[in-house]
Design a protein around this ligand. Structure first.
Ligand code: GDP
Ligand code: MG
Length: 305
């Protein structure tokens, strides 16, 4: 990739490359990435379009370095934000050496999946199919689905798995590594992601807000980091949750401020885990109008193409 340079010595036969996780929203792409890294580098929720931009996650083993590229799910863009998300999902496909298409085995192949398959077919990269959420599928239903997928002649291998339970992650990884070119390490072995700390902080706060709200509220939330100061024993973080309308602000704050308090606690726990130190988190809420339609605001919020 353009912004990385080879690092250090690697043993003969070492493989490395970029692996794109693609698929429609909510199939478990980010959960798979986090399961491999054993850390949350990409935020998760049960709401579609939780991931808004390309998230890079690095898995370093003795024989290989796999650089995962998580991406927003494929969906019809409805606003400037949606177009931005689709562009970053497409870029992931083009940059990758191997693509892992993720399918939600509980729903089977839907129209949006077909569309992803068509896009992937055009690219001509090696493609693996991960049939995720196998834990929630009855065994007799998996077999016909596997047959249906195999008949498409698109996938180099089909791997039923569960990111949630950690089932068959090793098998998928083996198949991925086998298809990577020989190459150097691109990232230090201890590096998990290329996201700046500021972005990780904003994402964890957004995740807590997303998980606590419903309907259109999750899509309307963005986070601005106002302050991060490392004190001797504690990191002080001040941030503002930005929403589009007054009604959304009222929901985020909640009765007597309870919702905002809950969001703050959840976010703080994740931040403490990530930063490895105690965090004092202060959250504010502000209405900024329809930012998803506004490319200047998108840029200001860190969503730049
Ligand atoms: P993404 O939009 O494709 O990145 O999907 P996420 O990783 O955000 O996951 C969407 C939802 O699916 C979340 O509620 C996850 O907990 C759930 N999920 C992910 N993997 C699994 C799995 O293996 N089994 C089950 N039952 N649920 C899963
Ligand atoms: Mg995601």
């Amino acid at each position: 990739m353009a912004d990385a340079a080879p690092l250090g010595d690697t043993p003969p036969g070492f493989r490395s490359g970029f692996v794109g996780l693609v698929g429609k929203p909510n199939v478990g792409k980010s959960t798979i990435l986090n399961a491999y890294l054993d850390r949350k580098v990409s935020i998760i929720s049960s709401k579609p379009q939780t991931t808004r931009q390309r998230i890079l996650g690095v898995l370093t083993r003795d024989n290989a370095q796999v650089v995962f590229l998580d991406s927003p799910g494929w969906h019809e863009p409805k606003d400037v934000m949606g177009r931005y998300m689709l562009t970053s999902a497409r870029n992931v496909m083009e940059e990758a050496d191997v693509l892992v298409v993720v399918l939600d085995a509980t729903t089977g192949i839907e129209q949006e999946d077909e569309w992803v398959f068509d896009q992937v077919r055009k690219l001509g990269h090696p493609v693996l199919l991960a049939l995720n959420k196998a834990d929630a599928v009855k065994k007799p239903l998996m077999l016909p689905l596997l047959e249906q997928c195999a008949a498409m002649n698109l996938f180099a291998d089909l791997i039923p798995m569960s990111a949630l339970r950690g089932e068959n992650l090793d098998e998928l990884l083996k198949q991925i590594i086998a298809r990577l070119p020989e190459g150097p390490r691109w990232y230090e072995a201890h590096q998990l992601t290329d996201q700046p700390t500021e972005q990780v902080i904003r994402e964890f706060i957004r995740e807590a807000a997303l998980q606590a709200t419903r309907q259109e509220v999750p899509h309307s939330v963005a986070v601005r980091l106002d302050e991060m100061t490392e004190k001797e024993r504690i990191t002080v973080i001040r941030a503002t949750i930005l929403v589009e309308r007054e009604g959304q602000k009222a929901i985020i704050i909640g009765k007597g401020g309870l919702m905002l308090k809950h969001i703050g606690v959840q976010a703080r726990l994740e931040l403490e885990r990530w930063l490895g130190r105690r965090v004092f988190l202060e959250l504010w809420v502000k209405v900024i109008g329809p930012w998803r339609q506004d490319s200047a605001m998108l840029r200001e919020l860190g969503y730049e193409g």
